[in-house]
Design a protein around this ligand. Structure first.
Ligand SMILES: [Zn+2]
Length: 441
């Protein structure tokens, strides 16, 4: 172990503070292996963590290779009731610290520390719905002015600061894998914003990939990072407390390490991880897109019908849940995703459907041709007067096919689906080798 580990925090629990504390005090020393091993669960914890017998710190591990290269940031536990990713990363960093010939850097960061200790999704506010410009500006200025932040605002400030630090110290492109679990059982799957660079990473993982979730949910961390040009992927590793979920999260991390170019090809862990995910993904669509989100309003008394699993086929009109208005039915035939079997959360379920491979190939070709300048000739479509790279689509005029065309060309919908005018914005498309000039702001 290198001397750089002397500067690491010694407490196992790193309480969120109003200071811009990152747990990453200075770049780690480079050298053979350049390993910094930090156990996720320490033996001698302090503060809140000790009283619960669970210790989590912000930096789950950081290993910096002698040779410059990409930085893979592995995030786990953005939701406190999802410890599987933390455990998976703890294992990965324990193995990496033994001294792999890394290029660039691997960093593991824990998300909602206080909620992880309490095993709750969140204490006051969902940490994976807060990554919006206004909220970030608020917590950053509060942190700078020494104004006390509490609960998830303090977590947001601390995690944002840690990410900014890692990005500032990166010696190559930055890639982010965000590990989650779901309240329902079923196979693991990835969640990506449909840029070509994100696809290149995602398709290395032999698991179904789901497109379009970021159009339905505002304020997620990976979207915030994707908008700044980083390659991102979310990974749902199975049911929260299933021991297999830690294994799947670990598998996803190993594959991402190789896919990002941090690990040289040929590690046994990567091959084993691919086999594991591939075996569990048999018969599932390689790519699916979100067709419907059932949003829960406060006081809805939403209750999912028992026994549903991720990727279970549902028929249009089938009763999936109940709330105070009566039965909640599937609006169309498709595959059910993330049925809610926990108290916290405001997404009742999603319905997704298979994306045909021809669509993926076609969209790859069309995006390279930059046809977007032709979009304003479509009926009901005009350039957005203020937002660069965006179009206004009048749903009373534009045909349904026009929206499909936008998706094909790499645009995403901003704002709710029900409005007369939809705002479609082109996703930032960058090659994974090209991250210069990007920073978190
Ligand atoms: Zn989650």
């Amino acid at each position: 172990m290198s001397r750089a580990s002397d500067s690491l925090p010694t407490t196992a629990y790193d309480p969120p503070s109003t200071r811009r504390e990152t747990g990453l005090e200075g770049p780690p020393e480079e050298g053979a292996g350049g390993a910094r091993e930090i156990p996720a669960y320490g033996a001698e914890g302090v503060g809140v963590a000790a009283s619960h017998g669970l210790h989590v710190q912000r930096v789950l591990g950081r290993v910096r290779g002698a040779e410059a290269g990409p930085t893979l940031v592995l995030v786990a536990g953005l939701h406190g009731n999802e410890p599987a990713g933390v455990e998976g990363l703890r294992r990965v960093f324990a193995a990496l610290a033994a001294g792999a010939g890394l290029r660039g850097e691997a960093v593991g960061l824990a998300g909602n520390l206080a909620a992880l200790v309490d095993r709750k999704r969140y204490l006051r506010e969902d940490l994976n719905r807060m990554w919006r410009r206004d909220r970030l500006e608020l917590v950053r200025s509060a942190a700078e002015e020494g104004i006390a932040l509490e609960a998830e605002e303090a977590e947001l400030a601390a995690l944002d600061a840690a990410l900014s630090r890692v990005i500032a110290e990166a010696r190559g492109p930055v890639v982010v894998l965000d590990l989650h679990t779901t309240s329902a059982g079923g196979p693991s799957f990835g969640v990506l914003e449909d840029t070509l660079a994100n696809r290149d990473l995602a398709f290395e993982l032999p698991a179904p990939m789901v497109l379009g979730l970021e159009e339905e949910i505002a304020g997620i961390m990976t979207h915030h990072l994707a908008e700044r040009g980083y390659v991102t992927l979310g990974f749902e590793a199975g049911q929260h407390d299933d021991p297999a979920s830690s294994d799947r999260a670990e598998a996803a991390a190993w594959i991402a390490l190789e896919a990002a170019g941090v690990l040289p090809e040929g590690r046994a862990e990567v091959a084993r991880s691919r086999r594991r995910l591939a075996a569990e993904s048999r018969g599932l669509p390689p790519v699916a897109e979100v067709r419907h989100r059932h949003a829960i309003a406060p006081g809805d008394d939403f209750e999912m019908a028992p026994g549903f699993r991720n990727f279970e086929r549902v028929e249009a009109g089938q009763t999936l849940a109940w709330d105070r208005h009566g039965p909640v039915t599937a609006p169309e035939t498709g595959l059910l995703l993330m049925p809610l079997y926990q108290r916290q959360g405001d997404d009742g379920f999603f319905v997704v459907r298979r994306v045909r491979p021809v669509w993926l190939g076609l969209s790859r070709v069309l995006r390279r041709l930059h046809l977007e300048r032709l979009l304003s000739v479509l009926p009901g479509v005009r350039r957005h007067p203020e937002l660069a790279g965006s179009f206004l689509v009048d749903r009373r005029v534009a045909r349904w096919a026009a929206l499909e065309l936008f998706h094909l060309l790499g645009f995403r919908r901003r704002g709710p689906a029900g409005e007369r005018y939809l705002v479609m914005t082109r996703r930032l498309e960058r090659s994974s080798d090209d991250t210069e000039g990007f920073r978190l702001d």
